[in-house]
Write a protein that binds this ligand. Structure first.
Ligand SMILES: C[S@@+](CC[C@H](N)C(=O)[O-])C[C@H]1O[C@@H](n2cnc3c(N)ncnc32)[C@H](O)[C@@H]1O
Length: 268
């Protein structure tokens, strides 16, 4: 849909979208391989001086981004804007994890963490530079002095394909239809939308299910790097994730589907 005026903030859109999506989120993302992704990410982090096992997972959703870390004996604190997503995370994690409803734009200081991460484009739900700066500042405030911050963002390629195309996932007797409303020529920095509908297996509407809308913003690399400066963070590495999810350098947003940013406190 290209550039659209900001009507309400990213958090309002995201909360609405994920409160409605929570019951089908794990079905829609069942093909995401967090075991492999977590191993890749830990490899990158270890090569960049990861030290300790305290994780703050920001925008943790239903827990997919921290469950693999629990298996590796990490001590996990996790938060999300959506209480319904967190309820599902709680069912999976039990009392082992400290979970909190929190907006990443007003992140409390939960403690000192060796690793703060926000995975699977949680940060793209922020809709302008002020929201991004506020979130990075809050994440930075939760870092141990030598802690690392890691997050991924959708690339231009993702907005020109996934957010411009239709994808259907059939699982557990439901048909989940994602209709990207962007066009294939999305410009850097655009806000893009998609519609998600829950249908019966024959494609008929499910009574009581309304379509829900995802609204995300593309953040160009230069804007993210400037936001790091404002948040007193220092960028350590930038990777593009190719269509297989493999980290590559240098970043090329025309062929990489995600961008991975690794940062730490400035001057550490
Ligand atoms: C695509 S899901 C990813 C969830 C999880 N990290 C994963 O890898 O499965 C994005 C998550 O970000 C959360 N989110 C979006 N905006 C947020 C905000 N401003 N503060 C906290 N969480 C937010 C959503 O509620 C949602 O659970």
């Amino acid at each position: 849909m290209g550039n659209v005026p900001k009507a309400v903030s990213g958090g309002d859109w995201a909360e609405r979208a994920f409160e409605a999506m929570a019951p089908v989120y794990d079905d829609f993302t069942a093909h995401h391989e967090y075991d492999l992704w977590t191993a890749d990410l830990l490899g990158i982090l270890e090569r960049n001086g990861l030290n300790g096992r305290r994780l703050l997972d920001v925008g943790c959703g239903t827990g997919k981004s921290f469950l693999e870390m629990l298996k590796r004996d990490w001590q996990v604190t996790a938060c999300d804007l959506s209480p319904s997503m967190l309820e599902i995370a709680r069912e999976k994690a039990g009392d082992e994890v400290r979970l909190a409803v929190a907006d990443m734009r007003e992140l409390p200081v939960f403690g000192e963490f060796d690793l703060v991460w926000a995975l699977d484009d949680a940060v793209n739900y922020l809709l302008d530079g002020d929201e991004l700066r506020a979130a990075l500042g809050g994440m930075g405030a939760n870092l141990a002095p030598d802690g690392l911050l890691l997050f991924d963002l959708n690339s231009l390629l993702a907005y020109r394909t996934f957010f411009a195309e239709t994808e259907v996932v059939e699982r557990n007797g439901r048909r989940l239809v994602w209709t990207g409303l962007a066009d294939a020529g999305v410009e850097p920095g655009s806000i893009c939308e998609s519609r998600l509908e829950v249908q019966s297996p024959d494609g008929s509407p499910v009574p009581g299910e309304e379509p829900l809308f995802h609204r995300q913003r593309h953040f160009p690399e230069a804007e993210v790097l400037a936001a790091f400066d404002d948040a007193e963070l220092e960028c350590v590495e930038v990777y593009g994730l190719d269509v297989e999810g493999e980290p590559r350098q240098p970043l090329d947003e025309s062929i990489h589907k995600k961008v991975l940013y690794l940062a730490r406190r400035a001057g550490y």
